[in-house]
Design a protein around this ligand. Sequence first.
Ligand code: PLP
Length: 444
Amino acid sequence: MSQHRGVARSLALYDRARGLIPGGTHLFGRRAELGAWGAMPIFAERHAGGRFWDVDGHEYVDLLMGAGAIILGHAYPPVVEAVQRQAALGTGLTINHPLEVELAELLTEVIPCAERVRFCKGGGEADAIAIRIARAATGRDKVAFCGYHGWHDWYIAANLADDTTLNAHLMPGIEPRGVPKGLTGTAIPFAYNNLDSLRAVLDANDGQIAAIIMEACRSFVPEPGFLEGVRELASARGIVLIFDEVVTGFRVALGGAQELYGVTPDLATYAKTLSNGFALGAVVGRREVMECAADSFISSVYWAEATGLAAGLASVRAMREVDAAGQVRRRGEAFMAALRQIIADSTVPAECFGLPPFPFVLFRHATPETNLELSTLYMQEMAQRGIFAIGVNYFCVDHTDADLDQVLTAARETFGVLAQALDSGDVKSFLECPVKQSGFRRLV
Ligand SMILES: Cc1ncc(COP(=O)(O)O)c(C=O)c1O
């Protein structure tokens, strides 16, 4: 049962935030309404290794790790030292910095498709740049996509013709407010692991598709031949194939999903793990395609500021040295095996699935509303036991065996509470907070 870790200071800060910051936060996923609002922390003031400390003074094992941005550990000393050193030497910006060249060289060593590199500051931005390059390279406008690729107009335009298009790729309820109607029909979805669905999109828009953008894997792994088939279709039709490696990059393998599955895209986008918590993104790819970035106006002052580059260089070197991808995979495998046992031993309809570097825990009750209640109760009970867990689990090099033990003990107890709640026939009565919200529309 609840350990009564109060979050009064978090709640007070969130109130102030909502009066100042539209939406209350700068990342949709950090909106308190999506969690156990009132029973888990909303603001944290210190992070180290695999843990953080919230503004109410409680310590948590962090299973979200900056939405997957942190793979080494919070405040990982070699990265922090590199940033501090660079900050003292100046961030640059007047003329170019040697770190741009050094990090670009390192990326071409570790990423299979990387012959040329451009830097930026985030994943959505990297995707927008890659789409611009693909459009410039092909002279075509339309984009076939699968999955989530940020907030920019080119992507949210998918919901202009039909505002349910992004339901299966991002979330239900997104109205494309502020996105020019002239982009209607320019972003067209296809289904993962379904070559026929991609072929149908390409046939219906013959000669008009500039890019296919997708994650090579996410919650599901590619079926044999799927990625190879996508590659063949793109090559045969002169389409730029872009792998969004914002989450998979350096995490499923040092060289990303393209290394793991042996399929090389024309372009790939990176952010998150690339710099382990400091702002940096990158677009990399084949020389002929990437060189189009020189002729299209793609330019910004802060993209190559030197602390982000220093963080990137230190992070990629460290990820290579300590085999970060191998470490998080092994930690995730142990977690998945144990969680599956906990689920099997309980009466709670749940599943632990996905790739070991970022497995998911989801509830599978026949009633959708009950799943939301179970998910809220899961977050509440895990938080009350000192574990920040929302369902997707990102591991880092700094997570220890003791952290995993604490997580699994909490999970076993939490599943006990969930089973009791289901038996009682009134899951809601076990909640100390409102049921979490889902989708976008209900929050705006
Ligand atoms: C696959 C993918 N692409 C792009 C993005 C957007 O990245 P950012 O939030 O850095 O703009 C995300 C963010 O979660 C992502 O998961």
